[in-house]
Write a protein that binds this ligand. Sequence first.
Ligand SMILES: [Zn+2]
Ligand SMILES: [Zn+2]
Length: 171
Amino acid sequence: MQLDLSRIGQNKCQFEWLLKPSEVLQADNSYHIVRPVDLKIELYKDKKRIHLIGQVLTELELPCSRCLEPYRMPIDVGFDHQYLPVEEDLEVSEAEVEEEELEISYYKEALIDINALLHEQFCLALPMKPLCIDNCRGLCVNCGANLNTSPCSCETDWEDPRLEPLKNLLF
Ligand SMILES: [Zn+2]
Ligand SMILES: [Zn+2]
C-alpha cells in the first residue's frame, strides 16, 4: 500500500486504516500477519519533509526458536518517522539530520511505502529469540519430539555419545 502525497493538500491530517492481512505485502516469511492491521497515522507536512506519527495494532504468528511451533504475538507499537523526497537527499546536511537524531526515510514520486513502514515496525517488535512460552522445553535432540507436549522415552535414557570419553576421564 502506498500513501499518495500528491493528494494531500493540508499540512496536517490524520488517517486510519484497517488492513486485511492480504492487503499488506510481506517482505519475507519471518512472520505472518494473522489479524487485520489497525493503523493510525498523523501526517505533518513541512514543504517536502513529511513527518508521520502513528500507532499499529495487530497480531503476528511466528515460529518458536526452540520447538519450531507457530505462536502468536500481539503487536502494539508507536512510531515517529520522517521522510524526505529522494532527490532532496543531498540538500539535507548530515549535521542537520544528526542534530535532530531522527530516523529519516525517503520517498519517491510523492509516494510513501506503507508496506515498508509496517515491515520495519514488525521487525523492530520481533524478539531476537522468539519463544512460544518463556520456559519452552524445545525439541528432544535425539528423537525430535516436542518436549512441551509430552516427555519422550529417550529423554532420561539417552546419553550423548560425545560425552562418553569425558566420562571415562572422570571416573
Ligand atoms: Zn516453543
Ligand atoms: Zn527423545
